[in-house]
Design a protein around this ligand. Structure first.
Ligand code: BES
Ligand code: MN
Ligand code: ZN
Length: 495
């Protein structure tokens, strides 16, 4: 793991491997955006930038060696845009610059006006240093890179605290990425559970874990997750991970994560092209676990309970069939239409369990539908819910976290698509609006024991949870850890 350090003295005297400076402005007017550049450095860069036609596009990098006046071995100039402002360009630029810097220590001196800007630089830099090497036999000894972030912010903005918080957030985002990237023969419900137990054990009492194993799930009437998990030789689990501050008079948020450690589709098997990335179908549960751990480490004044709905969707001899009817934890009977619509089944049981604890709100996070990726593309997650204020709060939090999201409706009209001839409800409607009918199905489980709706938001992260393309900005290839930032911003806003 890299470490983040607050740099307060002059960056020009910093004598590590790579110093990162920002460039801004349009075309020929590109300038290095750093106050207090030594005179020799300023003169040199003013000459070099136009000659090299240094790009100011956010995240573009240009590497220079032998820059007079700075002690670092090399300088990476990173584009900050034409002066858009806000934290998003800073986060992306910091990530791209650290990736371009390659090995060794790195220091960033990028202009920022406030704590949000500094946090974005620090989190982006840490994120850009992420690499998943767990399965490489010639593992490059896990690099303990030192990342220094220079800030001119005054004491009252406590830049040291901002950077410490950024490290906590980014370290847990990295954990979520690791969980997603781990090969699915090695990460399955029980091994996922054991990792969570280990992390909780190391938290010196801040976190508590309860595990419902397959027997307890059957005994407890969790027909949704039991049905999904029964085709696998590796049985399902629901893991409850809780954090509560000392004060009991705080809001209580339940987070429910889809944790399908591999989604073959079950007997409605996916074509192989649609299956290749399905180790990432537990990204919701990973995001929930990482968020609860980070909330505890940050000591947020909020009680948070994470419900990790862990199962492997396999077409084994005991797998469920289309036409099966299962009884969910809350007593609802569900007709199985398509065994590949498994996520909503495990989540619905998780939400019903969450509702029993009487939380103030429920937020579920899931790689739920390909339809959501069709609607919003691979970088934006969809936000649905039964409460306009909560849904808006999530989109606002996502903006602060520089994680793109967009609201989607839950049209009452589509609900009839879930009518079943044989059970209380079917779990799948028509093809059109597939992300929305999945949301409408889940809505049935956001109820307390008297049938009243509990404020609930649903994050469909099927697109942005796994980056199949090249790394960009602070986002690596593979697992991205998306939603951890949004959820932490949301929890922080409630505290
Ligand atoms: N895990 C998939 C959704 C998914 C698709 C996630 C692509 C990430 C990328 C989910 O379990 C699924 O198979 N959904 C089906 C639902 C359908 C059967 C109603 C889908 O989207 O096709
Ligand atoms: Mn599926
Ligand atoms: Zn799935």
């Amino acid at each position: 793991m890299p470490s983040l350090i607050h740099g307060s003295r002059s960056f020009s005297a910093w004598s590590g491997r790579t110093l990162v400076l920002g460039v801004t402005g349009a075309g020929d007017a590109a300038v290095v955006a750093a106050a207090d550049l030594p005179r020799a450095t300023a003169k040199h860069l003013a000459g070099v930038v136009p000659v090299l036609e240094v790009s100011t596009k956010v995240g573009d990098t240009t590497t220079l060696a032998a820059v007079p006046g700075v002690s670092a071995d090399k300088v990476v100039l990173v584009g900050l845009g034409e002066g858009e402002g806000g934290s998003d360009p800073l986060r992306r630029a910091a990530g791209a610059a650290v990736r371009a810097a390659g090995k060794g220590s790195v220091a960033l001196s990028l202009p920022h006006a406030d704590e949000a800007g500094l946090a974005a630089i620090a989190e982006g830099a840490f994120s850009g240093a992420y690499a998943f090497t767990a399965h490489k036999s010639a593992a490059p000894t896990a690099e303990d890179r030192e990342i220094t972030v220079f800030s001119g912010l005054g004491r009252k903005d406590s830049p040291k605290d901002v950077i410490a918080r950024a490290e906590t957030v980014a370290r847990n985002v990295a954990w979520a990425r690791d969980l997603v990237n781990t090969a699915p023969n090695l990460l399955y419900p029980q091994s996922f559970t054991e990792q969570v137990q280990q992390v909780a054990k190391a938290s010196s009492g801040k976190l508590t874990v309860e595990v419902l194993d397959d027997e307890a799930l059957v005994a407890g009437g969790f027909g949704g997750i039991v049905g999904v998990g029964q085709g696998s030789s590796r049985p399902p689990r629901i893991v409850t991970l809780s954090y509560a501050p000392r004060s009991k008079k705080v809001p209580h948020v339940a987070l429910v994560g889809k944790g399908i450690t591999f989604d073959t589709g079950g007997v409605c098997i996916k074509p192989s092209a649609g299956m290749t990335t399905m180790k990432s179908d537990m990204a919701g549960a990973a995001a929930v676990a990482a968020t609860v751990v980070a909330a505890a480490e940050l000591g947020l004044p909020i009680a948070v309970t994470g419900y990790l709905c862990l199962a492997e969707n396999m077409p084994g001899g005991n797998a469920q069939r289309p036409g099966d009817v299962v009884t969910m934890r809350n007593g609802t009977t569900v007709e199985i239409i398509d065994t590949d619509a498994e996520g909503r089944m495990v989540l619905a049981d998780g939400m019903a369990l969450a509702a029993e604890a009487g939380p103030d709100q429920i937020v579920d996070v899931a790689t739920l539908t390909g339809a959501c990726v069709v609607a919003l593309g691979p970088k934006i997650f969809g936000v649905m819910g039964n409460d306009d204020a909560l849904r808006t709060a999530i989109t606002v939090a996502s903006e602060r976290a520089d994680e793109a999201s967009w609201p989607l409706p839950l049209p009452a009209d589509l609900r009839s698509g879930l009518d079943s001839a044989v059970a209380d409800i079917a779990h799948k409607g028509d093809r059109w609006g597939g992300a929305l009918t999945a949301g409408l199905f889940l809505q049935e489980f956001a109820k307390d024991s008297s049938g009243e709706q509990i404020p609930w938001a649903h994050l469909d992260i099927a697109g942005p949870s796994f980056n199949e393309g090249a790394p960009w900005g602070h986002v690596p290839k593979g697992g991205t850890g998306v939603a951890v930032g949004t959820l932490l911003e949301h929890l922080t806003s409630l505290g």
